[in-house]
Design a protein around this ligand. Sequence first.
Ligand SMILES: C[S@@+](CC[C@H](N)C(=O)[O-])C[C@H]1O[C@@H](n2cnc3c(N)ncnc32)[C@H](O)[C@@H]1O
Length: 170
Amino acid sequence: MKVVLEKAAIFIYLNKTCFNGLYMVNSEGKFNVPFGKYKKPAILQETKLRIASKLLQNTELSVSNFTEAVKKAKENDFVYMDPPYFPLTKTASFTSYQKDAFLEKEQRQLAKEFQQLDKKGCLLMLSNSDTSLIRKLYSDFNITTVKARRAINCIGAKRGVINEIVVRNY
Ligand SMILES: C[S@@+](CC[C@H](N)C(=O)[O-])C[C@H]1O[C@@H](n2cnc3c(N)ncnc32)[C@H](O)[C@@H]1O
């Protein structure tokens, strides 16, 4: 247990002090975000951590590929999917540097899973970037445009509100 707690504490420290709170791994799957520049990083947020801890009681967390993760879903289950965003432009993508890139092929596979879960009778919600591919993949479902704040951008002026889409089958 001590090792798990130590790992969690180290991860929080890294997340709160790294560049823009980004999470990114290299081709070996190791955390490789540069140092951030903070005058007073809020590393220990006890109240928030205690609230999160309370909410996570009686909750089962698992880490797996999405194909594995959705296998347990049954009729009337609610499934929310928040996959890596499909890049708005070719150069805007971080995903291709990562160990397990999430590119067009994966977005298409995920859309197939979405359709299968729909047939099973699950209630589904998915968020993604507002791009023609994503709109095409989910054209049979309800698509709503929402404004989302993007804090992670190395150019301050480009941090701001952008359009994202929310797809629902209800
Ligand atoms: C847009 S983020 C979602 C963040 C999450 N909703 C949150 O609030 O922390 C996309 C997530 O998809 C995960 N991911 C990438 N490839 C995946 C895969 N093949 N199967 C399942 N999850 C994957 C990434 O690790 C990342 O955490």
